[in-house]
Write a new protein. Structure first.
Length: 198
C-alpha cells in the first residue's frame, strides 16, 4: 500500500532518524478527517516502521504518536528538480529536469558511493554529479539504462549531491516525431539510488 520510491533505503531503519533529524516529536492523526481504512492503514504503517508510543485522545478525535529520540542513522532525501514517481521496466523511476538534488545525512565523516541506474530522454546527454561544490563524475548517458557507481566523500551532517545536465532538458510535446502531449521537462531518468559505505 505504500509507494516505493527511487531511494533504496529501509524505511524501518531510517524513518525514525528522518523524523528526529527534522525535530519532529509527534505524529498527530485527526480521526474526524479520516475513514476507518485510512486510520488503520496509517496506524499500521507508523507502528511497523517507526519507533513511537501511541496515545489516544478520543474526545478530541486525535491519535498522537510520540517519536522516540535515538541516534540519527544515515539516510537520503530527494530535494529539488525531480518529476513525479513513475514506473519504467517495472522499476520505480523519476525523471529529472536539468538539475536535481539529493540530500544525504551522515552520522560521521566517511567515504561512500552512490549506485543507481540511469538513462537519457530521447538523445544522449552529459550527467555531472557534484558532491557539494566538487565535481565527482561527468559522463555521457545514453537512452539505454546503465548502472553507475560514483564514489563520494561524506561529512558528518547534511551533504548535498547535485546532479546537472549541461545540455538541459526537453519536453516530449516539443518533439513532433514523438506525437506526445507530455509537457514535463525531461533529461535523465534515475532508478534504484543506493548509498553504499566502505
Amino acid at each position: 500500500p505504500f509507494a516505493t520510491d527511487i531511494l533504496k533505503q529501509d524505511i524501518n531503519q531510517v524513518g525514525t532518524s528522518i523524523l528526529n533529524y527534522y525535530n519532529i516529536s509527534y505524529i498527530v492523526l485527526h480521526t474526524n478527517y479520516m475513514d476507518d481504512r485510512e486510520i488503520n492503514l496509517t496506524e499500521t504503517f507508523i507502528q511497523e516502521t517507526l519507533k513511537t508510543e501511541r496515545k489516544a485522545y478520543e474526545k478530541d478525535s486525535l491519535i498522537v504518536y510520540h517519536v522516540k529520540k535515538e541516534p540519527v542513522e544515515p539516510f537520503m532525501i530527494l530535494k529539488d528538480g525531480w518529476n513525479q514517481l513513475e514506473e519504467m521496466n517495472g522499476n520505480p523511476t523519476r525523471w529529472m529536469s536539468n538539475n536535481a538534488t539529493i540530500i544525504i545525512h551522515s552520522d560521521s565523516t566517511r567515504n561512500a558511493a552512490l549506485k543507481f541506474d540511469v538513462c537519457s530522454f530521447y538523445r544522449p546527454r552529459t550527467l555531472e554529479i557534484y558532491n557539494g561544490k566538487t565535481l565527482k563524475n561527468r559522463q555521457i548517458i545514453t537512452t539505454n539504462i546503465t548502472s553507475n557507481y560514483i564514489p563520494i566523500s561524506l561529512e558528518k551532517g547534511e551533504n548535498l549531491i547535485f546532479l546537472h545536465v549541461p545540455e538541459g532538458s526537453e519536453r516530449p510535446c516539443d518533439l513532433p516525431e514523438l506525437i506526445s502531449i507530455d509537457s514535463r521537462e525531461l533529461s535523465i531518468a534515475i532508478q534504484g539510488v543506493q548509498l553504499i559505505f566502505y
